[in-house]
Write a protein that binds this ligand. Structure first.
Ligand code: SF4
Length: 747
């Protein structure tokens, strides 16, 4: 039976969310747990002193909604984590690793929560139970046996709490390496670098409240309907206050066209709220061309600009003007693939307003020139003085609940001198100074047999990474791989010679340490740190919390040196007391957490203070995108479906794009299909030739509203086509959003 047996392709809907999202979410959560448990959990989701959603990092409003402060995908995230089933000894007795590899990611994720520590011994074909102590000893002995700490790599996924992340980086640096790659390397690293260079902070400057004061909101390369759904409520509020919304996205996304808010009566009875006032379906990765066109048009008249801000707060505008003089407006508009009317109209809207918020996600950060994309956006906001004031600023929207918090806690392979100095002062040791491996460098080092030990604190490294076959080859070269996970995933099935799976508590589970209920903390996309209180009895008595697992591994590898690792996790207040000592902005951490359940971290750009060498915001000169290599007919972007969160597949549908029951699909422009004599549902092979040829087969063609010459596919299915060396300059973020491919009919 072909993998497309269940595939159904329909016209995408005209409106997003609405009653349909309520029924879909209800079905999903009631499939995973009984109604009483579902109601109890949802009643606490994103509420004060409640459970922080393990989905994206969109902030919670001060005034929480009583009928539910969550979205459809938040419910799916909870349903996925708090499922009743358990995958324990009996499950693994039934399945060899090879038999599990034949299963889909959806199937693997629905086999239940991991119930006990498991080991795949050298030469064995399956996982079998192991005692915690023996597992920690195995890891400790291996780490002690390495000839250099840089033979070990410690990966982090963005779901990890601040407490676990801080302990992890402290342990790893005490062990002697900065090999701390994380999922941020694959998503907003380009944002961090572009913003730090120009504004002196790698985070966004806006607050949630700013959306209610914005006059123009730009949304670049982002699909909030699936990836940050509660953002739609903020856009709806902004629209009601008169804001103009300009969407810049190759793909026509229904949630950026019309939204029905199920938390409002009119969300059930009305036609919904128009979101985009202007939908600019730009060619993939031509954002710099559009931005340069806007900059040229705005610079034609000083009345369009905030001259006081430019004079007092910025540097570098002459170089920018000189660069723009080298580009013809007509050429820039042509390169963007947009109509002159739309470019002039949008420039007119921008010229008249200065409370401008620019939002973006992977559609800007996963390109070779991704850092240029971010810096060019900052150029636009600086010309308008749209930084450091109400209703204006930068808004890189984080897709993982604590990815920003992990970075704030020191999870970074390139720590600043200020960070290592602070660690040295607080913990009296010499942290390693030389940069460690990021994700791309880790995969390269693994393939060069430089990595013997790979540990993942959460996440699903293999399918999340580019160049799947090459990445798997590298992981399998490791002597020992260790995964701290809640559920079975594909990376577990690409084991090193020896492999351990250590099952941890989830965000919904109670963390009881020493008889006391523990709180973990996270940081949302707008720099607000807050607590998360698990409320469920863990599904298995053999689970441990992430902080406890990290502390036990540290003790096993380092011995109970001058840090009492076991003592630290007896009460997470102890960990936060250390964080308060070592991390700026976390003074009186425990008191503030108890008092207000959270606090906003310092953010200079938010106040118009720029922590750059010149203490000024910096205009920069940026490059237009490179052409894809000759011999490739299309530019491919990889995307998520609506039933997906990163590599977690909640279901096989993508109802916002009219795709049901399948994931091996390629979205194509109708004219391109005609020129290739392709029809809906035809099965094709996608291939490319970057140094070596890569291909994936068995993809069904789906006609879609996407510019000519551009195609879209889901990751991880299309990740084998993304070459490891194709990554962003400066940030090394894989360029998964602009990969050259060819499409060939196979039957
Ligand atoms: S918007 Fe993001 S954080 Fe909020 S409920 Fe949805 S998935 Fe969770």
């Amino acid at each position: 039976m072909s993998e497309h047996h269940h595939l159904r392709i329909e016209k995408p809907p005209k409106v997003s969310v609405g009653p349909k999202s309520v029924t879909t979410a209800s079905k999903m959560i009631l499939k995973a747990m009984p109604p009483w448990k579902a109601l109890r959990l949802l009643g606490k989701l994103n509420q004060k002193k409640g459970i922080d959603c393990p989905g994206c990092a969109w902030p919670d409003p001060d005034k929480r909604s009583k009928i539910g402060e969550f979205c459809e995908n938040g419910v799916k995230a909870i349903a996925e984590e708090a499922q009743h089933k358990l995958a324990g000894e009996d499950f693994f007795k039934l399945h060899t690793i090879d038999s599990l590899r034949k299963k889909s990611d959806y199937w693997l994720g629905h086999q239940g929560r991991l119930a006990q520590p498991m080991i795949k011994k050298e030469g064995s074909a399956r996982y079998e139970p192991i005692a915690w102590e023996e597992a920690f000893e195995t890891i400790g002995n291996h780490l002690k046996s390495l000839s250099h700490p840089d033979e070990a790599v410690f990966y982090t996924s963005g779901r990890t709490s601040n407490e676990a992340a801080f302990l992890y980086q402290l342990f790893v640096r005490k062990y002697g390496t900065n090999n701390l790659p994380d999922c941020s390397n694959m998503c907003h690293e380009s944002s961090g670098i572009g913003l730090s260079e120009t504004l002196g902070i790698g985070k966004g400057s806006v607050t949630l409240q700013d959306f209610e004061h914005a006059e123009v909101i730009l949304i670049f390369g982002q699909n909030p309907g699936t990836n940050h759904p509660r953002m739609l409520s903020s856009l709806e509020k902004a629209k009601r206050k008169g804001a103009k919304i300009i969407v810049i996205n190759p793909l026509k996304e229904v949630a950026l066209m019309k939204f029905k808010n199920p938390q409002k009566i009119n969300g059930w009875i009305s036609k919904g709220t128009e979101i985009a006032d202007l939908y600019l379906q730009i060619r993939i990765n031509e954002d710099v061309a559009l931005l340069k066109a806007w900059l040229k048009l705005l610079l034609q008249d000083e009345n369009n600009l905030d001259m006081d801000f430019i004079r007092d707060k910025t540097s570098g505008i002459e170089a920018l003007k000189a660069d723009l003089a080298n580009h013809e407006l007509e050429d820039l508009i042509r390169q963007s693939g947009l109509s002159k009317e739309d470019v002039l109209l949008s420039a007119h809207w921008l010229s008249a307003k200065n409370k401008i918020i620019a939002c973006w996600a992977m559609g800007l950060t996963q390109h070779v020139n991704a850092v240029d994309n971010i810096r060019e956006i900052v150029n636009l906001l600086l010309l308008k003085g749209s930084i450091g004031k109400q209703g204006a600023g930068t808004c890189p929207v984080r897709g993982h609940s604590n990815v920003q918090g992990d970075r704030t806690m020191g999870i970074w392979e390139r720590p600043t001198k200020a960070w290592t100095d602070k660690l040295k002062e607080a913990f009296n040791f010499d942290p390693p100074q030389s940069p460690g491996y990021n994700v791309v460098e880790t995969i390269e080092a693994m393939n060069q047999n430089k990595v013997s030990f790979f540990m993942a604190l959460g996440g699903n490294f293999l399918p999340a990474a580019p160049d799947t076959l090459y990445t798997e080859q590298g992981i399998r070269k490791c002597e020992l791989t260790v995964h701290i996970s809640t559920k079975l995933n594909r990376t577990h099935l690409a084991p090193g010679k020896i492999s351990l799976i250590l099952p941890c508590l989830g965000r919904t589970d109670k963390h009881i340490q020493n008889g006391k209920e523990q709180v973990v903390t996270v940081e949302n996309s707008m720099g607000v740190v807050h607590g998360s209180h698990g409320s469920l009895t863990p599904p298995s008595k053999l689970l441990k919390s992430e902080p406890e697992i990290v502390a036990s591994i540290a003790a096993a590898a380092l011995g109970n040196d001058d840090i009492n690792w076991a003592g630290l996790v007896e009460d997470y207040d102890n960990i936060r007391a250390l964080i308060a000592k070592a991390v700026n902005g976390f003074e009186n951490y425990n008191e503030r957490l108890k008092r207000d359940n959270g606090f906003e971290l310092p953010n200079g750009a938010r106040k118009g203070e720029f922590n750059t060498p010149s203490k000024k915001a910096v205009f920069t000169v940026n490059q237009l995108s490179e052409k894809i290599p000759d011999g490739h007919d299309y530019v491919m972007m990889t995307i998520r479906s609506h039933d997906q969160f990163n590599t977690t597949v909640y279901g096989m549908d993508d109802r916002y794009r009219g795709v049901f029951g399948g994931r091996n699909v390629v979205f194509m422009n109708k004219e391109d299909m005609q020129s290739e004599s392709l029809s809906q549902g035809d099965i094709v092979e996608l291939s490319n030739n970057y140094k070596i040829s890569r291909k994936v087969a068995g993809f069904a063609v789906v006609p879609y509203d996407i510019p000519k010459g551009c195609v879209a596919t889901y990751f991880p299915e299309a990740n084998p086509l993304v070459p490891l060396h194709l990554h962003a300059r400066g940030s090394h973020t894989p360029a998964s959003k602009s990969v050259g491919v060819n499409v060939r009919k196979v039957k």
